[in-house]
Design a protein around this ligand. Sequence first.
Ligand code: ADP
Length: 646
Amino acid sequence: MFVIVADNQSVFQKILAQILAEQGVDFHICSTGAEVKEAMKVRSVDLFVLTMNLPDIDGASLCRYIRQTLRDDWIPIIILTASDRGQSFADVFREGATDIFHRNRIEHFSDYLANLTEFSRPLSGRVMVVEDSASQRQLLQQTLSGWGLMVDVFPSSRPAIEAHLQQPYDVILTDIELNGLENGLDIVHDIRQQPIGIGDVPIIAITAYLSDSTRVNFLARGIDRCMLKPILMPELRSEIKKQIDARRQRLDIEDERRREREKNRAKNDFLARMSHELRTSLNAIIGFSNLLIMGDDKDAETREYAGKINGAGKLLLELINEVLDLSRIESGNITMTLESENLDDILEKCQQVMQSFASEHQMTLTFTNPLKDVRIRCDVTRLTEVILNLISNAIKYNRPGGTIDVRTQLTQTGFVRISVADDGIGISPEFSETIFQPFARAHADSHNVQGTGIGLTIALQLVELMGGRMDFYSEVDKGSTFWIDIPQAVSDETAATLDSPAQQSALMPCKVLYVDDNPVNCLLIEKWFSKQATASVSIATSAREALELLDADLPDVVITDIHMPEESGYWLLQQIRERSRCRALPVVALSAMAMDDEVEKGKLSGFSAYLTKPFDFQVLVKTLNHLVPLKRGVNSNQSSSQKSTN
Ligand code: ADP
């Protein structure tokens, strides 16, 4: 685009030069009418910007000269003036000026120029035109090609649809009445049936008749925009551009999402594999150090070292679990069961769990809950996890003799606020900015406190997933108060019963067959069973060996690893289920594969329980104590029914 500016005031020359340069426009500045006349001869002009009075000519006369010389109505002539004189305005309009802008409102001229340059910029994209009138087709093809678009024209709907199916267009422009027989709506109908990428192409309908009801009908059939004939070309151009831009934006977002999904999948696969390897090793570290701690024959030093190994192992396990948790939350793979829960029950459970931890650190933990019988809407397990994390932090980042107060109140917006206040070491304002980011730890160096720096990141995300809010305030050396706001339960939903705390019980008499290719894990299980008075274990290091042992002597329960070098735990489960005398035999999976989908797959495959490594002996005891009587019950039922049929 080339612009001739005619102004004899150097200040305005500078202002206009700046505006034109900013918009990337080519221009030539003249101070007299004579210079304008010379410049017009050299190059074709797309816009004139004239002042009302030049030293050698007035604005109206210059307009007349331009119109007479170029004889092209389309070239805009803009007058920039500081005058308010109506008569001179009428003069310049009569001589062919397009518009007048006041110099005090130079931004109006700037906007006008932006629109004009936009209009002269080439468009890109493939457009299909379906139009039965040959002259209209030709006009549209010429105009759209002139805007830089690639255009294919079709006189009827069938070949148009086929062409779009072969290579989708960016926009379809269709007449509605085609030859009096076909209808543009047929195109819309057939194309909208197609999958995304082909079926979601923007369609602009051109029609000679458009009542409100036909417009609504067209939009309901899947037309994006209706335009009335005769078409105003600037309007059509801006509509096509808008539709192409919007479609590209949609495709870009879709691409971005697909890339994000792939990245997430790769990240989850990596985490699953890493977690499997780490859990397998941690199983041995935590398990053997436990045995050393429990062993009466060990000296104090050995027990102390074993305690340290055990503690470090558990911290590592916590880190793995938290990283997995965070990855699940971030990839949207977390299931929340939001139910109406009794606030009292949740706080009571937290108190039970944390009271001894506080006492161990010589701290006082108090609970003040004036909101008796209030019900909140939350995932009880996840909320308990969040509150425990806050209390645990309030204890960890505190001093002996410190106090922690857990309080509740109703906020003005109807949320239930649970706050955990401590008088501990506090948090500096600089660190406050990043406290909810993963791995952010303010006191890792200054205070020897163990932690992962992920707890608060997870807590915040969990609370938000429950429709709540979380924040804190803190003063260094005075203490911190973390609070969460949870929505109240609105209806009278049934309360979910909390799991009763794990029963600390002994393993009941039973015969167990343990299958695992990892010798260290086998040794750990063997050692642990050797300490159980009434239970015994046989070990198989492959699924085939397990079947031999099982055929020779039927156990009460089989515990099997999943991933083994030859046949897997799934294969073993299938073989066991095919043996008629083993159909009711409980088979427990004990695997280092701990991602949600793996656990789900294990459960769906028919394992009686799915435990993850490193396993908790107490959970193992609970599981076996639950499964062994079931198997015996089935067997005794089977034998009694056999007896009765005999
Ligand atoms: P972790 O405690 O495992 O390091 P969190 O995500 O729970 O991880 O906490 C992040 C950091 O925030 C902690 O390392 C600590 O520096 C700071 N912090 C959290 N709670 C408190 C608190 N009550 N008082 C002082 N600092 C805290």
